[in-house]
Design a protein around this ligand. Structure first.
Ligand code: FAD
Length: 475
């Protein structure tokens, strides 16, 4: 048997069920097929494309060490490309690990059916999740809408199996020509990615480095430190998980095996990994989640019709609200933003500025290196208050209070908003309330060196609550 192993977002050799199954059956030909249009309208955004390029390069290197080429292919459709490769190589099977984005599920099911009809073995495997979205079920057989019972149910399942080792792999005799990675043009023409390089190492080795550092240095105290944007308190594994450079099963096992692996910090960390599972569970059962509010009353929400200017200021990190601008600039420069800030900036956009959550979601999609359809749409519906398991609508984050609480000395704001660097901590989260002499000493001139706040936080909060009243009692 020769199997085409169709790599997608499982760009790793360890614990790769499709790869292991193929290697056990015979020769293996690793393939990556570039067909972003098939994921439309959620084809990878700019930051994800950057990551994908480097991750594919890392996978190529790793496979080369096993004397295997990574075949990169393009074509009109993935099905056509697979058929061509089957013809050219004489392969008799295709194997892949499952993904759960609605457009991908549909395509993959079709490919599986057609290939099987044509006499080709087509097998999909579970590689991206601890449990399939249909494996965690309520007592009545239905799916969950809220996290806590989902997490309890997940914890009641048998522990995930131990991760698989890298299999011994034989290459087939036939090797069709590969497209060059550079020809996929994944990297930006204008170099906005310079801030990414010092922060990230895409690829399986980079993922392991992150996990090891995290378990050694950050697991202890995680439950408290995960909320502080100015300290490296979280794992930074999200883009590695999204591209499948590490599996949740590997993370689960390594965490449990590490010192403190049965303590509260480990429990807290693994529950975050389970939020990712929950996001996939929701996306699978609510495939409209990326576009449509699960609480359909929000379809009629009175958004601000003049939201474009506010959206542009928010995207540029120029709202005049320091903690928000710090988060948005961190996002632009590094492709990542701390979870607390994602909630704070999301609340300002959708509530104080009343810009539709889908527009924030789209900006995150383009700029996050961890942009993930399940987690991103769940996060935005949560913050807007229209999701399956959402914060209540009236919970409008006060960004000044959030800044004072989670960045008390202003270190995070100073790092990303250098115009405010010399402002004392007492005023750094609300410069518009600082006395004139303090601003003068810090060389801050509002409206000149740093914007006035884009909205009155109190009045806009009230306006948001009033807007909510208009849809509250609808069916
Ligand atoms: P850690 O704290 O180290 O957590 C470990 C892993 O658990 C993460 O890598 C991630 O896979 C998962 N995880 C943690 N928190 C969450 C969460 N709240 N929801 C789902 N999974 C979680 N996460 C993404 O991976 N992609 C997105 O596109 C995304 N968009 C978001 C949008 C909004 C509006 C919000 C509020 C949250 C979003 N998140 C998203 C969730 C969360 O912010 C990130 O997963 C987290 O900040 C990643 O950092 P980390 O890897 O250091 O997390």
């Amino acid at each position: 048997t020769t199997t085409l192993v169709w790599f997608r977002r499982d760009l790793r050799l360890h614990d790769n069920p499709a790869l292991s199954a193929a290697a056990a059956a015979g020769a293996v030909l690793p393939v990556y097929i570039h067909a972003p249009d098939e994921e439309s309208p959620w084809a990878p955004g700019g930051a994800s494309r950057w990551w994908l390029h480097h991750s594919l390069a890392a996978l190529q290197d790793q496979l080369a060490r096993h004397r295997l080429p990574l075949l990169i292919a393009t074509g009109t459709t993935t099905l056509e490309t697979l058929r061509r490769l089957i013809r050219e190589t004489g392969a008799d099977a295709v194997a892949w690990n499952r993904l759960y984005d609605p457009a991908i599920i549909e395509r993959d099911q079709q490919i599986k059916r057609i290939l099987r009809e044509e006499g080709i073995g087509a097998e999909s495997h579970k590689g991206a999740l601890l449990f399939e979205p249909w494996e965690i079920r309520k007592g009545d057989g239905g799916h969950y809408r809220t996290f806590t019972p989902f997490w309890r149910s997940l914890r009641r399942q048998a522990s995930p199996d131990r991760p698989l080792p890298v299999p011994d792999m034989d290459a087939p005799a036939a090797r069709p020509a590969s497209t060059a990675l550079d020809d996929l043009r994944l990297l930006p023409a204008i170099r906005w990615d310079r801030g990414f390089e010092p922060v990230w190492s895409p690829g399986e080795a980079g993922a392991w480095q992150r996990l090891t550092t995290f378990l050694e240095a950050r697991l202890r105290g995680y439950d408290d430190r995960r909320d502080w944007p100015s300290v490296p308190g979280t794992s930074g594994l999200s883009p590695h998980l999204h591209f499948g450079e590490i599996s949740p099963r590997q993370i689960w096992t390594a965490t449990r095996d590490s010192p403190g692996g049965d303590g509260d910090d480990a429990e807290s960390f693994l529950s975050e990994v389970a939020w990712r599972e929950f996001g996939h569970h929701l996306l699978f059962h609510f495939p409209g989640m990326p576009d449509d509010p699960i609480d359909t009353r929000f379809r009629a929400f009175p958004w601000d019709p003049d939201g474009d200017t506010a959206l542009a200021a928010w995207q540029a990190g120029q709202t005049g609200i320091p903690i928000v601008d710090a988060g948005m600039r961190e996002l632009w420069q590094t492709g990542w933003m701390h979870n607390r800030l994602r909630m704070v900036v999301g609340s300002l956009l959708t509530k104080n500025l009343r810009v539709p959550w889908q527009r924030g979601e789209a900006w995150f999609w383009d700029t996050l290196v961890d942009a993930d359809l399940a987690n991103n749409s769940m996060g935005w519906q949560w913050i807007q208050g229209c999701g399956a398991d959402a914060a209540p609508y009236f919970r409008v984050f006060n960004p000044v209070r959030q800044g004072e609480r989670f960045d008390p000395d202003g270190a995070y704001v100073r790092q990303w908003v250098p115009e405010l660097e010399t402002l004392p901590a007492k005023h750094i989260h609300a410069p518009w309330q600082a006395p004139a002499d303090v601003l003068r000493d810090a060389r801050v001139t509002l409206g000149v060196t740093y914007p006035h706040p884009i909205v009155d936080l109190k009045a806009s909060r009230q306006a948001a609550l009033d807007a909510y009243q208009t849809i509250r009692n609808a069916d």
